[in-house]
Ligand binder design. Structure first.
Ligand code: GLU
Length: 370
């Protein structure tokens, strides 16, 4: 087995103030498909231990659809979108009921948050949500997040909770995200098909080779699978968030992960920016473009200047003041993303005044595309 980078894991643990733990459907369900209370107690015990060490934890839990299938009597057969949504609404209360019961034993109160992508992309909702989660954490509650499956339509879904958990980790500016699933590691190939498959415990740079390997090892019940985990890790590493993938059905698995004994760490050496910068560079949806002249593009790339109207030759798109836009150099390459202070209609080429303040700018080498 290759090096599991134990020093780096120990360092992450030492600096850990906020941790997001994502639990996949597969590990919350038993052999018959219903929720398994053993899994809930195993995970709640580990979270209690982390909280006792002063770590604030936010849990992202899948399992609503899996629980709902049972309640509605839909078994394991393929479901239509409407059936999935109905199953999720029926199952969400069962899921929270299990978490509530498991955490009550440890004297921990839980709070439910259901999200759709619109709640993250919209700046006002995002800051509202941030305040709510912060308040819950400071009251000692354990926020438990899931996608609001009943209202999320196919086009506007997070898709899977791996992605959702990274959004949540950005929101709370977590120092680490752990994805608990039924896969212990990223392997060099699918271990179920290839006996020579080797686990890769530490990845400090995700390249196309790693992405290819991830495509080879998929898991069953959830919508995630390893390729979704690697995709999420690649994206989250882009703003400085280390991501761990580990098996969720191990007692003490989280401690073992930080001790370097299990799981794959997708590491990054980028410093963690403010969650406002994470939102601008990674979560917001740019509504248009400001095309800069060469001088302005070079100045912006230093990361030290604001963008003035004089540096803009043209705009594209219909955006209004307060929305995010791309800043592009004369060859059309993305230089940065930023919150613009004027709408497209108010900007004239080589005009006057401040367009994007440097505090509202995120350089694009920091902002990985989704
Ligand atoms: N939100 C879905 C549920 O709770 C799970 C999505 C996923 O598989 O990650 O059932």
């Amino acid at each position: 087995m290759t090096e599991s980078c134990p020093e780096r894991r120990a360092e992450i643990r030492r600096k850990l103030k906020v941790l997001v733990v994502k639990v996949g459907s597969n590990i919350l369900t038993g052999a018959e498909g219903g929720l398994s209370s053993r899994a809930f107690s195993r995970i709640s015990r580990q979270i209690r231990e982390l909280r006792e060490e002063g770590v604030r934890v936010v849990l992202v839990s899948s399992g609503a659809i899996a629980a709902g299938r049972e309640r509605i009597g839909l078994g394991r057969k393929p479901l239509s979108l409407a059936q999935k949504q109905a199953a999720a609404s029926a199952g969400q209360t069962a899921l929270m009921g299990q978490w509530e019961k498991a955490f009550r034993r440890h004297g921990i109160s839980v709070a439910q948050i259901l999200l759709t992508p619109a709640d993250i992309v919209d700046r006002e909702r995002f800051t509202n949500l941030e305040r709510t989660v912060e308040t819950l954490l400071s009251l000692g509650m354990l926020p438990i997040v899931n996608e609001n499956d009943a209202v999320a339509t196919f086009e506007i879904r997070f898709g899977d909770n791996d992605r959702l958990s990274a959004y949540v980790a950005g929101l709370v500016r977590a120092q680490c995200l752990l994805l608990l699933s039924d896969v212990a590691y990223l392997y060099t190939s699918d271990p179920r098909l290839d006996p020579s498959a080797r686990p890769i415990p530490c990845i400090s740079r995700i390249d196309s080779r790693i992405e290819r390997m991830a495509g080879l090892s998929r898991s069953g019940l959830g919508t995630g699978g390893m390729s979704s985990k690697v995709g999420t890790a690649l994206w989250a590493n882009g703003w400085g968030l280390p991501v761990g993938v580990l098996k969720g059905d191990l007692s003490g698995g989280i401690v073992r992960f930080f001790d370097g004994l299990t799981g794959t760490l997708f590491d990054t050496s980028r410093p963690l920016p403010s969650n406002r910068k994470i939102w601008i560079g990674h979560f917001s949806r740019p509504r248009g473009d400001l095309h800069l002249d060469a001088g302005a593009a070079t100045a912006i790339r230093t990361g030290r200047t604001s963008l003035l109207g004089a540096g803009v030759t043209q705009t594209t798109g219909e955006f209004i003041a307060g929305e995010t836009v791309f800043l592009r150099d004369p060859s059309g390459d993305e230089v940065a993303r930023g919150i613009v202070r004027k709408g497209a209609r108010e900007i004239s080429p080589k005009g006057e005044g401040l367009l994007v303040h440097r505090n509202d700018l995120v350089l694009s080498e920091m902002s990985h595309r989704e």
